[in-house]
Structures are given as structure tokens and as C-alpha cells.
Design a protein around this ligand. Structure first.
Ligand SMILES: [Zn+2]
Length: 234
């Protein structure tokens, strides 16, 4: 489905798959933001075809974090020529293709992927005509980041599993799974404080799960998520 001009949701719960994946058009091709779970590859390819997007036109795969339900198809698109970006601290789980041998979550496996670029600090990516602010937001995983994309008429915040919006009217927000060995409620709290102080004004919040919330006082979702954290994650 198309969220706004040139921005598509191509995998996730909407399609009966785990992990939202988004495609954004730029002047020289497309970027993929998160790549869903390995079992969702057919869905990704089907939706790309539906929107007349050649998979080889995907130039960058930007990952909010290294979990298999977000990074699962990154290796596939890398083989087609895309550059893969992820937070530095999540590099190992991507290279190993699981959460590490010491992790009980050994069923979380994905094709191993060696990232091309690592985020080590807040930065701004310029990809053709797109400007994407990257903010480190450790907590859900140590390498978690969020992306803030400013288009002509929309400002889209891609939040991964730091928090996502859901519910019948998009008025529920929750934070992601806490099972990662690297999960830190304390770091997540500091990340929420940082996010709050950034005073971003998105018109769309596109999470790693749940439903994208579009306009209609969308900033409210940041407040709801922060409150959810304060009640549930310390
Ligand atoms: Zn996750």
C-alpha cells in the first residue's frame, strides 16, 4: 500500500507477515527501510512487482535494528546491489544471522549479512534528493536507530521497535519486544528522553510493527509511547 506519494508499505502485519518494510522513491532509485523477516521475501517481491519497482533499483537498505524480523531480507537485496546500513552495535547479530550462541532465542535466524555502513553517531544521510536524519536510540537493541525523512509535504518518522502505533484508531502505542539479551530499559528511557527533546514534528509515524499513523495529530503518538514506556519498561 502507498502511504503517501512515493512511500510504500510492502510487508508486515498488513500482509500477514512479521515486520513492516517500507520503500521510499528517490531520484536514482529506491531505498528500503527495514526488510521484514526472511519468510516474507515472496511478499516483498510481489509488492515491488505490483508497484513496478525493479528490485535492482533498491540502492540502500536502512535498518532500524538487526533483528531477524527487520533485517531478514537484507542479504537478498545486498546481493542485488543495495548497500546495507545498521547501527554499529547490531552488526554482530546480522553477521552471525542470529542473536549469538549465548542467546536462548536460537530460533531467530536469518541469512547472514555483512553491513556496508555502520551508524556510530547521529548523522544525516543524503541519498539523491532525500535527506534522512538518523538518531541512535539504544534500548530495544543496543544498535537501534530511528530515521526521520523530510519530504516536500510529509515528515516521516520510522521508529522500528523503539515504539510503534496500533489500535483501532491508532491511539495505542507500545514499545517493542524485550527479549533481546542486549535489551536495556534504562537505555530505552534515555532514548525516549532524547526523542522528546528533539521535538520532531512528523506527519507520519511508520513503525516496525502495527499500523502507520498518518497525520491527525500524529505527534501525539510520541507522547503516548513515552508514557507507555514510563508505565511498563523501567
Ligand atoms: Zn526488534
Amino acid at each position: 500500500m502507498q502511504l503517501t506519494k512515493g512511500v510504500f508499505l510492502i510487508s508486515g502485519g498488513t500482509y500477514g507477515k512479521l515486520g513492516n518494510a517500507y520503500v521510499v522513491k528517490h531520484n536514482g532509485g529506491f531505498i528500503l527501510i527495514d526488510s521484514s523477516s526472511p519468510g516474507a521475501l515472496d511478499t516483498l517481491l510481489e509488492n515491488l512487482k505490483y508497484w513496478d519497482i525493479d528490485e535492482q533499483a533498491i540502492t540502500h537498505v536502512l535498518l532500524t535494528h538487526g533483528h531477524d524480523d527487520h533485517a531478514g531480507c537484507a542479504a537478498h537485496f545486498q546481493k542485488q546491489g543495495a548497500k546495507v546500513y545498521v547501527g554499529a552495535a547490531d552488526r554482530t547479530m546480522m553477521e552471525e544471522g542470529n542473536f549469538g550462541i549465548e542467546s536462548p532465542q536460537t530460533n531467530h535466524v536469518m541469512p547472514s549479512c555483512f553491513p556496508d555502513q555502520l551508524f556510530t553517531e547521529d548523522t544525516t544521510l543524503i541519498i539523491e534528493n532525500l535527506t534522512i536524519d538518523v538518531y541512535l536510540m539504544p534500548g530495544h537493541t543496543d544498535g537501534s536507530v530511528i530515521f526521520y525523512l523530510q519530504l516536500e509535504n510529509e515528515r516521516i518518522l520510522f521508529t522500528g521497535d523503539m515504539f510503534f502505533v496500533d489500535g483501532e484508531t491508532g491511539n495505542i502505542a507500545s514499545t517493542g519486544w524485550k527479549g533481546d539479551l542486549g535489551y536495556s530499559g534504562e537505555k530505552l528511557g534515555r532514548s525516549f528522553a532524547k526523542l522528546w527533546s528533539l521535538s520532531l514534528t512528523p506527519t507520519i509515524i511508520a513503525g516496525g510493527h502495527g499500523i502507520p499513523r498518518i497525520r491527525n495529530n500524529v505527534q501525539e503518538s510520541i507522547k503516548i509511547a513515552y508514557k507507555y514506556y514510563l508505565l511498563n519498561n523501567r
